[in-house]
Design a binder for this molecule. Sequence first.
Ligand code: DQA
Length: 150
Amino acid sequence: MSGRKRILVVHGPNLNLLGEREPDVYGELTLEVLNKQIRDYATSRNLDVVFFQSNHEGAVIDFLHENRKKADGLVINPGALTHYSYALRDAIAGIRIPAVEVHLSDIHAREAFRKISVIREVCIGQIGGLGTDSYLRGIDRLLSFFSEGA
Ligand code: DQA
């Protein structure tokens, strides 16, 4: 792939309700505003970004399959799929695109079931607890992978 790099930013189940969903945990920002902040940052780093959100595991997997040859990197907040979706894990492993797992909240400081990520091992990094900045630091992680290959 030549020219500008393109990244996918994927939000899993329930992230469409950002802003009204448990604002004490996830903040007051809507998904639309979050995506704008991500796009502004990506653009400032000379990246094209394609967004996707779904509440359906299979739709997330289909999106990854369909875009596997059209993208250089993936930033994904899998929502609760993080904790149990071996199908999503296999999809990320299978598409051979560097992926960073991100979370708005700190999954290691919450309920026990959230501390487990079945996605982590197929990603080049896991970033959480920083709100919007988790996504921006996820982009930084991809950028260093692009420049260093590591
Ligand atoms: C989340 C954390 C998950 O445990 C939860 O199921 C979510 C959001 C986060 O961004 O902090 O839906 O991924």
